[in-house]
Each structure stands twice: as C-alpha cells, then as structure tokens.
Design a protein around this ligand. Structure first.
Ligand SMILES: Nc1ncnc2c1ncn2[C@@H]1O[C@H](COP(=O)(O)OP(=O)(O)OP(=O)(O)O)[C@@H](O)[C@H]1O
Length: 294
C-alpha cells in the first residue's frame, strides 16, 4: 500500500534549510494497522503530510496504492486525496463545523465532491457509535464524540488508507480505547490500511507493528510477539510496547542501520568504529587504534 524509499523532505526558508526526512524507508502492506512513533521533531508529521498528499516530497520514492507521489500532477493529487486517503487530526476543530449536526458534518465532504450518500453517512456514524447522536449539533457533543465524528468524516470518501496524527492526543483514556477500537474495526471490517502517528507508547502497544523514526530516518521496528493477541489481552499485559512487541533495528537495502546514541556513547564511539564478524555475530567497538585515548 505504502512504499517509501530514500524519501527526503527539505524545508527551505530565506537562508535556512531543515532536512526533515533524510532518506527514509518504509513499507506498509495493504490491510495493515500500524503506528509511527518518534520524538518531537523527528519527522512524523512531515511523513504523514507527504503520504496524505498535503505536501510534496523533495526527493526519493514514495508511492501509495499505485500513485507515485513524487511525480503526481496537481490535478491527480486532488483525485488521489479524494479517492485514496482519509485524515484524522488531534485537533478535531480542523475537520468539523460546529453549527452543523454530526450527520451534516459527515455529509459535507460528500456534497463537496458531488457524491452525497445519506445512508452511508448514517452507517458511518453508527459504526463510530453515534447512532443516537447524529442529529445533535457539534457543540452538543463531548470532545470524544466530536473526535468520533471526525473519524466518520475521514471515512466519508471511502478511503483505502486512513492516516491519523495523534488521534487520541486530547481525549481521556476510556475515549482513547474506544477510538482505537473503532480503528481496529474499520481496519478489519472495511479492510482499510491504518497508519497512526503518536507519542503515546500505550497506544502503540495496541497495534501489530510500530516503526520508530529518529532524525528523519526509520530506526527501530517493533513487531507483536503474538499476532493473535487481541486488544484486551494486550491491555492485561499493560499494553506497553516492550511487553507486547519485540524490537528490531531497521537495516536498509544497502546495509545501513542506526545505532542508538546511548550505545555509541557507552562504548565511546565517535566518528569511527571497528567492526568484526566472528562467524555468528557482528561486533562494533570503539576504534582499536584510539582505545588508549578513550
Ligand atoms: N513548514 C516547515 N518549515 C520549516 N521546517 C519545518 C516545517 N515543518 C516541519 N519542519 C521541521 O522539520 C522537522 C520535523 O518536523 P515534524 O513536524 O515532522 O516532526 P514531528 O516528529 O511530527 O514532531 P511533533 O511530534 O512535535 O509534531 C522539525 O525540525 C521541524 O522544525
């Protein structure tokens, strides 16, 4: 569904250049539900904006569902956004119109694309558990309910890919669980690929695969130890990333990998390292010739 290779995004202003993505590789299979984690400034939102067609990459390869997002023309980009992706943000005010009802809010993007389907809009609101509230105005709904309307809106164009940027950032734990359950259902029942960007490690513990981004590159990948483990069981384990997942370092096609800074500092590696292969393990140490200087 998603394929990024050597993806680069550079922001340029007057005389400053920020390299937000430095050659990022990422593959997401159709029908996957996965999370992307990383510290503030690591490039998560930049990546999501590229995938959502909200911003253009500077270089590298990025394709989503057969669309080449580097070469895509502006008119094709409009079609891509209409037909392929749905977006959920932390700040749902960006998606919603307060003076309209929940149902009218879901119908609005359908009206704009000339594809009004009231029954489908109602079905989506039922899917997110708002059957009884669909005729309420937005300001009569709680923050969590509004976020669920935002999810229904993101599905109104029948996307193949749902992108969520900190979707539970401003709701309580119970609502956050409810939202994750909705994502899981949408993923399983409608076959929509779901990519969630988050800081929240307990949230990340509830998906099958987590990819960590550091300095605009994928660094570590966490895979669920037991893919059959359901959400409730994962919660019983604390739902944390380490309990549920096993961590792997990401090695790209040409053999590059990121060694965590703490490890490098602990063994005193600066600009160079020695590497040995003992037939089984690859051992990276501080350069032999410099050992005396450490
Ligand atoms: N429009 C922009 N112009 C200039 N620099 C930008 C722009 N957008 C992002 N950046 C820079 O790119 C880098 C990555 O930012 P990004 O927002 O993708 O990080 P993030 O991981 O999503 O962070 P957060 O979790 O705080 O949202 C940061 O150094 C940021 O300052």
């Amino acid at each position: 569904m998603i394929h990024c290779e050597g993806l680069v995004k550079i922001f340029k202003s007057e005389d400053i250049e920020v390299v937000a993505l430095q050659g990022l590789n990422l593959t997401v299979e159709q029908g996957e539900m996965m999370a992307i984690i990383g510290n503030s400034g690591s490039g998560k939102s930049t990546l999501l904006n590229m995938l959502g067609g909200l911003d253009r990459p500077s270089a590298g390869q990025v394709s989503v569902g057969g669309w080449d997002l580097l070469k895509i023309r502006d008119d094709q980009l409009v079609e891509y956004k209409r037909s392929t992706v749905g977006f959920v943000w932390q700040n749902n005010a960006r998606n919603l119109l307060p003076y309209l009802t929940a149902l009218e809010n879901v119908e609005m993007p359908m009206l704009l694309t000339g594809k009004l389907d009231r029954n489908y809009a109602k079905e989506l609101l039922e899917r997110v558990g708002l059957k009884e509230r669909m005729h309420n105005k937005l300001h009569q709904l709680s923050g969590g309910e509004q976020q669920r309307v935002a999810i229904a809106i993101s599905l109104s164009n029948r996307p193949k890919l749902l992108l969520a940027d900190e979707p539970t950032g401003s709701v309580d734990t119970a609502t956050s669980d409810q939202i994750m359950q909705i994502f899981r259902q949408v993923n399983r029942e409608l076959g929509i690929t779901v990519v969630i960007v988050t800081h929240d490690l307990t949230l990340a513990g509830k998906v099958d695969r987590v990819v960590a981004i550091r300095d605009g590159l994928t660094s570590t990948e966490f895979l669920k130890r037991n893919p059959n483990l359901d959400l409730a069981a994962a919660e019983g384990l604390g739902g944390g990333l380490q309990e549920v997942h096993e961590a792997f370092v990401v090695v790209d096609r040409v053999g590059r990998l990121q060694v965590p800074k703490e490890y490098l500092e602990a063994v005193g590696i600066g600009g160079r390292a020695s590497m040995e292969f003992d037939g089984e393990k690859i051992i990276i140490t501080a350069p032999k010739s410099l050992e005396g200087d450490q």
